[in-house]
Design a protein around this ligand. Structure first.
Ligand SMILES: [Zn+2]
Length: 113
């Protein structure tokens, strides 16, 4: 039996800039604000906003509607390389004692080491 972890497969993490590659939000870019590994989803700032009705609170005595980003499937987004600004897949490379991600297109490291 083969067990494949979605999370390690996609190698996305909080703070990454990603682009949506499918669906109505296709082409939108944003920063990952939350990773939900168990669900295989990420929450991206400004992407897939849904309206939520808020009960009246101290902050909002009238209650109201706020827009919040909903989780999106991790396979629906791709990492955007901060160096070449293209959607890319990553390759794991070893730098000193650290394993880190590099861009498959330009070869630059995605993360600071
Ligand atoms: Zn690159």
């Amino acid at each position: 039996m083969k067990i494949r972890s979605k999370v390690s497969h996609y190698k996305l993490k909080k703070g990454d800039t990603v682009e949506v590659i499918t669906g109505v939000e296709k082409g939108k870019r944003g920063t990952i604000i939350k990773v939900l590994p168990q669900k295989g989803k990420v929450v991206i700032e400004g992407v897939k906003l849904v309206k939520r009705h808020m009960r009246p609170s101290q902050k909002m005595p009238q209650g109201g509607i706020v827009e919040k980003p909903a989780p999106i499937d991790i396979s629906d987004v791709m990492l955007v390389c901060p160096h070449c600004n293209q959607k890319t897949r990553t390759r794991m490379v070893t730098v000193g004692d650290n394993k880190t991600r590099s861009c498959k297109k330009c070869g630059e490291l995605i993360d600071e080491v």
